[in-house]
Design a protein around this ligand. Structure first.
Ligand code: FES
Length: 220
């Protein structure tokens, strides 16, 4: 599937930024977007900050050199396993090692996703259609589902884009290719979330650490 969307991809520069090669116009060029999905003007090939300290976010301004940023992954490569929560019609697949803790799941479907319960996922707590919609909304790919034998995880109808979210990670969608995938069991090739606060222990993926460190986005 990724070949159908050739062009947009991310290069992970050791101890430095993300090089976003958006691809040429006419080859499904990848977009760079703000949280409200308006376009950020950018060259075909741009360096995106992932140390969290640039004054030109989302672009790199070389501050990473002075602060000694390290892109080292603290977690074991490929850490995390997929747990299946099997319901009457829906099976929800969950890999906590992919989660960016954006919280759409607990906010939108509290009868399905309830952290005070064990297991925390009840696949019969909402309609199949609601769960399918929620899994599509999950930006990290930690959540996906199978309904009537169909896996809802990778979506062919989203154009390639990198979204620099407010005070949060980069959302990648539409098959922006990242080398080194799969990062964990069940990792989506179509969408994921990449760290941009510089503090994730699971780089290049976001692990929600931006909440703990109070990451501030100073773009604009
Ligand atoms: S990665 Fe270069 S300034 Fe953040």
């Amino acid at each position: 599937m990724a070949d159908d969307h050739a062009g947009a991809h991310i290069e992970l520069i050791d101890n430095g930024p993300l090089r976003y090669r958006r691809g040429r116009v006419g080859e499904r060029q990848g977009a760079l977007l703000r949280p409200d999905r308006t376009e950020i003007e950018a060259r075909e090939n741009v360096l995106l900050c992932r140390c969290g300290a640039s004054d030109r976010k989302p672009f790199c301004d070389n501050t990473h050199v002075g602060i000694g940023f390290t892109s080292e992954k603290k977690w074991k490569p490929g850490a995390g396993s997929m747990i299946d929560h099997v319901g009457e019609r829906v099976t929800i697949h969950d890999n906590r090692a992919l989660c960016a803790h954006v919280e759409y799941c607990v906010e939108d479907l509290p009868n399905v996703f309830d952290r005070s319960k064990r297991p925390w996922v009840n696949p019969d707590g909402a309609s199949a259609e609601e769960i399918i919609a929620l899994c599509r909304k999950c930006p990290s790919g930690a959540l996906s589902c199978t309904v009537d034998g169909v896996l809802y995880r990778d979506y062919a109808d989203r154009p390639p884009a990198v979204i620099a979210t407010r005070e949060g990670p980069y959302y990648l969608e539409g098959y922006v290719e990242v080398p080194g995938e799969p990062f964990s069991q069940g990792h989506s090739q179509e969408h994921c979330t990449l760290c941009r606060c510089g503090e994730s222990r699971n780089k290049p993926l976001c692990d929600g650490k931006h909440w703990d460190v109070g990451f501030v986005d100073r773009e604009e």
